[in-house]
Ligand binder design. Sequence first.
Ligand SMILES: Cc1cc2nc3c(=O)[nH]c(=O)nc-3n(C[C@H](O)[C@H](O)[C@H](O)COP(=O)(O)O)c2cc1C
Length: 206
Amino acid sequence: MSVSHPYILVLYYSRSGATRTMAEQVVAGIESVAGIEARLRTVPPVSTTCEAIEPEIPAEGAVYATIDELRNCAGLAIGSPTRFGNMAAPLKYYLDCTSELWINGALVDKPATAFTSTASLHGGQEATLLTMLVPLLHQGMVYAGIPYSESGLLETTSGGTPYGNSHVAGGSSDRSVDDTERTLARAQGKRIARLALALRSLHEEK
Ligand SMILES: Cc1cc2nc3c(=O)[nH]c(=O)nc-3n(C[C@H](O)[C@H](O)[C@H](O)COP(=O)(O)O)c2cc1C
């Protein structure tokens, strides 16, 4: 599939803002690479009660991702708060609506990476990142974490894992993204952008 203006879809869900702050740093990393853009998108919350369908592009606030935006991306950076060691339901719901992309192999050979935010340091960051990876592998995506050539991985006393970036927001969600977490987010964005450009010829052949 041809992607005339290649972009990385930075797809996130965030209720109290921590994951969104991380997503913005991933965007900065992507935009440090020439020839590719970032598209920052969120997903609507899900509810146990039936709600009216909201517009695809809300009048205000963060823009919702369409399925076509995932179909046509050159790569994906997906971010979720940790919810009991797993991704948040709104993102899972969005991914559960992508069967048609799976049937048609729309995401095969495209790179993907994930990031998360937790309340506590050992509150399940790695578990969340590894479980976020699973549906992406089913889609045929090429998963990229963060290599240890990023010194922040060894130095961190907060977030940052080889499975993807992470942030420790604290029990009151009031801990800012620190320098190490920010540097790793930018490195993650830069890496997924460079990989997307390198892999582009593979999925354009199809
Ligand atoms: C239902 C629910 C489950 C959660 N589970 C965990 C958890 O397993 N481990 C953890 O450290 N924090 C957990 N948290 C806290 C969030 O992961 C944390 O506040 C995160 O930084 C929120 O990100 P946001 O600001 O992008 O919404 C949970 C929060 C909610 C609402």
